[in-house]
Write a protein that binds this ligand. Structure first.
Ligand code: 5GP
Length: 191
């Protein structure tokens, strides 16, 4: 699971990762926030109403869900579980509360926190992308500072300086996890 402040570039890293490495399933979340310019329903998110979100929640349709800056976000259960059962690598790009919930249910899940090289760069990126008002940007920066306090509970940190390096760091994490003894016990027994 990949978390990190809004503006850390998680979306860009995940998109580039999926382009380079096709053996991965990137979960598409549902959200009640409005699409940003260029975002498409079913590609970036499933953009749904509050009522639709609550209905899905009540029907146990989410693997996890959380509130973030006055909007709801959730990971649709069906697609993610299907991909996991097929043995694929699954990436969930979700905020910290949701990530901890998934980790509780799936201790084998790996938590990766992404940050830009500095707070100043984060601020510049958020302002520079021009998709939010200053009021929303301030809220997101406050939330970023809350989230980063929880980063020590994560397994890995990626400092997103360049997309290329961040993608390769993420690949290295997947590779390292696959080599962990705990993930190879069946092989050892069989051998
Ligand atoms: P944004 O509005 O910038 O796309 O996303 C805001 C935050 O919500 C980001 O930290 C993003 O990772 C997180 N997020 C996106 N989808 C989900 C989800 O399905 N569950 C949770 N818990 N967080 C999500």
């Amino acid at each position: 699971m990949l978390s990190g402040p809004s503006g850390a570039g998680k979306g860009t890293v995940v998109k580039e990762y999926a382009r380079r490495y096709s053996d991965v399933f990137v979960s598409i979340s549902a959200t009640t926030r409005d699409p940003r310019e260029g975002e498409k329903h079913g590609v970036n998110y499933f953009f749904i109403t509050d009522e639709e979100f609550d209905k899905m929640k009540n029907e146990n349709g989410f693997l996890e869900y959380a509130d973030f800056c006055e909007h709801k976000y959730g990971t649709p259960r069906e697609n993610a579980e299907k991909a996991l059962n097929e043995g694929k690598d699954v990436i969930l790009e979700i905020e910290v509360q949701g990530a901890f919930k998934v980790k509780e249910n799936r201790p084998d899940a790996v938590l990766v926190f992404t940050v830009p090289p500095s707070y100043e760069i984060l601020r510049e990126r958020l302002i520079g992308r021009g998709t939010e008002s200053m009021e929303v940007i301030e809220k997101r920066l406050n939330r970023a500072m809350e989230e980063i306090k929880l980063a020590p509970r994560y397994d890995y940190l990626i400092i997103n300086d360049t997309v290329d390096k961040a993608v390769e760091d993420l690949r290295a994490i997947f590779d390292a996890e696959k080599c962990k003894i705990n993930n190879n016990i069946d092989f050892i027994k069989e051998f």
